[in-house]
Ligand binder design. Sequence first.
Ligand code: THU
Length: 133
Amino acid sequence: MPASDGTVDWAALKDAAEEAMTHAYAPYSRFRVGAAARVDDGRVVVGCNVENAAYGVALCAECGLVSQLHITGGGRLTHFVCVNGDREVIMPCGRCRQLLFENGGRELSLWTVSGVKTMDEVLPDAFGPDDLS
Ligand code: THU
């Protein structure tokens, strides 16, 4: 469990990811994932993976989380964690690090398999919105 930095209750955020994981639809990989993030206005958004008979179009848990972020008012992600079906912290895949970067930027804090890290550490020198201006 990472030390609280006073801005987030990591245990509660992981609880939210675990609850989201219970809704995963993963009949093909049987690898359930739940993700949770805190938003800069204090709300928490969640997602679970949703697979498909056409395997390649599976939606990662982070996809649902980002959709919920925008549906519920937008804002910036500040803290993130995702878990597997055994409630263990896992790393977001490369594609999902890009999704998280778009919506949280370099300062987003992630509870990772090796402690709390910033987005900049898990996706260094990321391509992002600034590169298009
Ligand atoms: N998965 C996620 O939901 N998020 C990740 O960051 C890693 C992978 C899902 C996709 C697929 O449904 C299952 O885990 C196995 O790859």
